[in-house]
Design a protein around this ligand. Structure first.
Ligand code: GLN
Length: 261
């Protein structure tokens, strides 16, 4: 009798161990920077994708990362840093995922792998309400010589550098935050700012005296940046993100922060 009970107990123990085993194994086999944790690198100065609210990082990317982490049985931790440092953090294994309204570019693809795209962005031009610049074409006009404010190493910086500065058509002033570039526009240090449309809308709404030109500069895809050295983690995150896109979760998160026009 005693033996049977002991056997039964052993059996229950084995069964309960295997029952909770797979989930734990799945999460720990993911080889994240910190076991059980999905570490996201971002620059929390890019509303509505990521920004500070009551001392917490919130926004579209933060919520998408939260949903991915939940699917993978991981806890989410968000590290705030310069936009410039995100790909390096991901590449060096300090962060598992870079989510920062980051545009997929061929140059960045050499350093990191991108997941499926979860949103699109547009580079737009912000000017003062009385600006002589009325369209993107004005920036490309023969003899143009504008001072353009951008956030350092964003696509707004890269494209204006290649298209305009390298052609002798503009001088680029680079700031570590988009909002600093916009402040430079307010104080007349730059003639316009080239930046992503959603933060542009947020800055223009909160600062005043500014407008966004109707002509758009470049259309781009946003995706999460991940290390090339962790294929299992990449596959798991990419699959989770694709599922969140397919079941409408991503759209719901986007709609919460970007009301339909
Ligand atoms: N989409 C732009 C880029 O990838 C800007 C992103 C950002 O400033 N967070 O360069």
């Amino acid at each position: 009798m005693k033996k049977t009970i002991a056997l039964l107990l052993a059996l229950i123990l084995v069964l309960s161990l295997t029952a909770c085993g797979p989930k734990k194994d799945a999460a720990s086999s993911l080889n994240t920077t910190t076991p059980g944790v999905l570490t996201m690198a971002t620059n929390a100065a890019f509303p509505p994708y990521e920004y500070m609210e009551n001392g917490k990082i919130v926004g579209i990317d933060a919520e998408i990362a939260g949903a991915i982490a939940e699917k993978l049985g991981l806890e989410l931790q968000i590290d705030d840093m310069e936009f410039d440092s995100i790909t390096t953090a991901v590449q060096g294994g300090k962060a598992d995922i870079g989510l920062a309204g980051m545009t997929v570019t061929e140059e960045r693809k050499e350093a990191v792998d991108f997941t499926v795209s979860y949103a699109t962005g547009v580079q737009v031009v912000i000017v003062t309400e009385d600006s002589a610049i009325t369209s993107v074409d004005d920036l490309f006009a023969e003899g143009a010589n504008h001072v353009i404010g951008v956030q350092r190493n964003t696509t707004g910086d890269l494209y204006t550098t290649w298209d305009l500065e390298d052609e002798g058509l503009a001088t680029i002033n680079r700031y570590s935050k988009g909002v600093d570039a916009v402040q430079a526009l307010v104080t007349g240090k730059v003639d316009c700012v080239v930046i992503d449309n959603e933060p542009a809308k947020a800055f223009v709404a909160s600062i005043g005296g500014l407008k966004i030109l109707e002509t758009e500069y470049v259309l781009e895809d946003y995706a999460a940046a991940m290390s090339k050295d962790k294929p299992e983690l990449y596959e798991a995150v990419n699959k989770a993100l694709q599922e969140l896109i397919d079941d409408g979760t991503v759209q719901k998160i986007v709609d919460k922060y970007i009301p339909a026009e």
